[in-house]
Design a binder for this molecule. Structure first.
Ligand SMILES: NC(=O)c1ccc[n+]([C@@H]2O[C@H](COP(=O)([O-])OP(=O)(O)OC[C@H]3O[C@@H](n4cnc5c(N)ncnc54)[C@H](O)[C@@H]3O)[C@@H](O)[C@H]2O)c1
Length: 309
């Protein structure tokens, strides 16, 4: 199992570290356009192996030949947000970067499953699928696992319970059109909606929707990476370990939820083949309408991509 992480910035490096520390792959390759960066970070990680107790199977490179035959490729190359920027402000620059890296990844690892992380997430996932020409089930985006983890944390904080007691899921797009699912959220198995009032629910959802911006405002330079890299590692674990775990992922819909031919956040069963099934939850009319609206928003933005070089 070879996992390559493209982009050795904050998200890429932290994700590579989590994957190697958890022993999710036999071989982890970090690649970046900046010479020496992935090599130095990988060496630093290997030097922590005796203390942390993991096999030091991580190396850095600037040459895609060294990533050849990867089973999973995580794409984090691209600019992060600065304060005041929306994810869509990154579209033009990151589309150029993505075209470049996905072309090289597809050439050297034609059988890989791609996990796109670069923002704007939904549109970059679509672009990666177009550029790679891979079957849609082998190209997906990471956002729902992160958004759901943020929501679960905020619920735990609000109620003063351990995050491990909280289950919750968000679907839709990574941004304004995130779709929270109140009826799926539970604390210790009990429905969240029975424990907090409507106003609190709305506050929790709004904070989740804006969670990335909240961190960007604190950091001033760059965006979040601890929670994003944890979400990436969970997806890599499901694919590499063929766990068939159901996770919210940006995936290509073919009629599920009445949505066709667009990438949008939906629950999927993940395994060695990538997205092995889109799981259709029993959504009510309001939730379905919100999910379809998110999908149409992404479809319109993807149409915009054709004007970007
Ligand atoms: N999907 C999500 O939920 C989510 C969460 C967090 C961050 N992100 C996105 O992930 C991306 C990376 O964020 P970050 O904080 O790691 O940024 P960063 O600036 O720390 O790292 C980006 C890295 O990409 C590299 N890079 C740029 N062009 C490249 C190319 N052509 N080939 C290879 N490498 C290249 C840069 O040299 C840099 O090391 C951003 O677009 C950010 O918005 C997405």
């Amino acid at each position: 199992m070879r996992v390559t992480v493209v982009g050795s910035g904050f998200v890429g490096a932290t994700a590579a570290m989590r994957v190697v520390q958890k022993g999710l792959a036999d071989d982890v390759v970090m690649i970046d356009i900046v010479e020496g960066l992935p090599q130095g970070l990988a060496l630093d990680m290997r030097e922590s192996a005796p203390i942390e107790g993991f096999e030091p199977n991580v190396r850095g490179t600037n040459d895609y030949a060294d990533t050849a035959g990867s089973d999973v490729v995580v794409i984090t190359a691209g600019l992060p947000r600065q304060p005041g920027m929306s994810r869509m402000d990154l579209l033009d620059k990151n589309a150029g970067i993505l075209r470049d890296v996905v072309g090289k990844v597809a050439e050297h690892s034609p059988q890989a499953v791609l996990i796109v992380v670069t923002n704007p997430l939904d549109e970059m996932t679509y672009l990666a699928s177009e550029v790679s020409g891979f079957p849609k089930e082998r190209v997906m985006g990471m956002a729902g696992v992160l958004d759901s983890s943020r929501l679960r944390y905020f619920i735990a904080e609000e109620l003063g319970v351990s995050p491990s007691k909280v289950e919750a899921m968000t679907l839709g797009s990574h941004g304004e059109a995130m779709v929270p699912l109140p009826r799926q959220a539970t604390v210790d198995g009990k429905p969240l909606a029975d424990m907090v009032d409507e106003e609190t629910l709305e506050h929790l959802y709004a904070r989740t929707r804006d969670a990335g911006a909240e961190i960007v405002a604190f950091l001033k330079k760059g965006s979040a990476y601890y929670a994003p890299s944890a979400a990436i590692a969970q997806m890599v674990n499901a694919i590499a370990g063929d766990t068939k775990e159901v996770l919210p992922v940006c995936a290509w819909c073919t009629g599920q939820y009445g949505i066709s031919d667009v990438y949008v956040g939906v629950p999927v069963k993940l395994g060695r083949g990538g997205v092995e099934e889109i799981v259709e939850l029993d959504l009510n009319e309001e939730e379905l309408a919100a999910l379809r609206k998110a999908a149409e928003g992404i479809r319109a933005k993807c149409a915009d991509l054709s004007r970007v070089a």
